[in-house]
Design a protein around this ligand. Sequence first.
Ligand code: ADP
Length: 477
Amino acid sequence: MTLHHNLIAGEWVGSNGVENINPSNTNEIVGLYATASADDAKTAIAAAKAAFPAWSRSGILERHAILKKTADEILARKDELGKLLAREEGKTLPEAIGETIRAAQIFDFFAGEALRLAGEVLPSVRPNIGVEITREPIGVIGIITPWNFPIAIPAWKIAPALCYGNTVVFKPAELVPGCSWAIVDILHRAGLPKGVLNLVMGKGSVVGQAMLDSPDLAGITFTGSTGTGKRVASASIEHNRKFQLEMGGKNPMVVLDDADLTVAVESAANSGFFSTGQRCTASSRLIVTEGIHDKFVAALTEKLKTLVVDDALKAGTHIGPVVDERQLATDTDYIAIGKQEGAKLAFGGETIQRDNPGFYLQPTLFTEATNQMRISREEIFGPVASVIRVKDYEEALATANDTPFGLSAGIATTSLKHATHFKRNSEAGMVMVNLPTAGVDFHVPFGGRKASSFGSREQGKYAAEFFTVVKTAYTLA
Ligand code: ADP
C-alpha cells in the first residue's frame, strides 16, 4: 500500500505509516499515512519561518491563482474526495460530497478575498499628516484540526491563512489524514513555494504538542475538544502568540407550542442525528413547551424509525457509523448515564450489527430529561439527544442559555415576537430560526461564546481578524 508522506519544506518525507481505518468496515484500510515526530514538526516550523518573508510579500494575483486552482481541482474531484471522506470519517456519501463542495467554495471565496485586500486612508487630527491603516500577515500559523469535518475545517483555516500572506504548519486529526493529505497535495501542485504550507500528520500529544511548545508560531488556530483547547490557550499565552479556539457545544433547540410541527421535527432530526451527531453545532438538547411536547415526541420518534443506519457509502443510508471505538464507548457510556440519571429512553440506545464490522449506533432519544443531568450539560458528540419539557417561552429561553457552552441555538416557532426575542437574547454565537442548529454558510462568521470558542470569528471576511494584524502608519505631507 502506498505511503502518503508528510510535506516539509516542499519535500514529501517520512517513513512510519499508520493505517487509516474505515469506521463503516473496520476490515478496510483506507490508506497508509506517515506519522511525524516532534523534530519533524520543528523542521516544518523552521521551513515555514524561512518561507514567510517572501510569501508575505507575494503578489495577490499569485495567491489568488493558487487558491482558485485548488478550489477548481477540489470541485472537479468532489465525488472521489467525497468518497475518501465518507470512508475515513463515516458520514454518508451525500454529506461527504457536500462537505467537499463546501471546501472548494471556501478556497474560491478566499481566492477572491486575496484580490480584495484593502486598508483605510484617513486624515490625522493633526494638520498635514495622513494616516494609513493596513492589514499585514502575522507570520507562521499552526493549524490543528479535529476529525469530524476532515476537509471543510482544514479548508476554512488554510485558505485564509494563505490568502492573507501567512505560512502554515498543518496538523490534521490522526483519525482522518486522507482528505488533509489530498488538499495539501492539491495546493502543493497548484504552485505554492516550498515551505509555505507544511503537513505534519501524527499524534496530538507529539506533533501537536511540539507546535504548542514552539516559540516560532505567531498564531495557532484550533478546533477540537475543550481540554486540548485549554492547553493551546495556556501554551499560547506563554509564547505571547495569537490563538483562536473552536471547542464544544451543547446546543439547544427550542420548540414552542405554536411551531410548525414538521419544521420542528425535521430540524430536530437533522440537528440531533445527521452526520451521526458528530457536529459541534449538533443539537442534543430539545427544549419543548408543554402544549406541543407529546405531539413532538411522537412525531420525532416516528421520524427516527425511518432513519437508516448503515455503511456510509450505501445508497439510502441516513446515518453512518460512529467515527471509532473510543467515541462509540463514549456514546454508550452517556446512554447508560442518561438511564441512571432517570431520563426515559424513548428510542434507540443500542449498538447494531451491519453486513460489515463497524461502529453502528441507533439514533437515541431521551425524554423526561432535566437540564441539570450530565446528558444535558456535557457534550456527547454522538447521535444522542434529550427532550427537556418546559412550561413556556421564558422557561425555554432560560434553559437554553443555562449551559457552559454557546455555539449555536435554534428555535422553532411561528411567533415573530418570540423569534425576535430569542435572536436578541440567546447567549450563542449563531442563532437559527426554524432551521437546524447545524448547517452554516461559508461567507459569514462562524463561532460561539462562553466555553465554545475563544478569539475572533472564523470564515467570511471576519477571518481577516485572526489571520492579519493591523498597522497604523502616519506620514507628514
Ligand atoms: P477529539 O477528542 O475531538 O479528538 P482533541 O482535542 O483531542 O479532540 O483533538 C483535536 C486536535 O487536537 C487533533 O488534531 C489532535 O491530534 C490535537 N491534539 C490532541 N492533543 C494535543 C496536544 N496535547 N497538543 C496539541 N494538539 C493536540
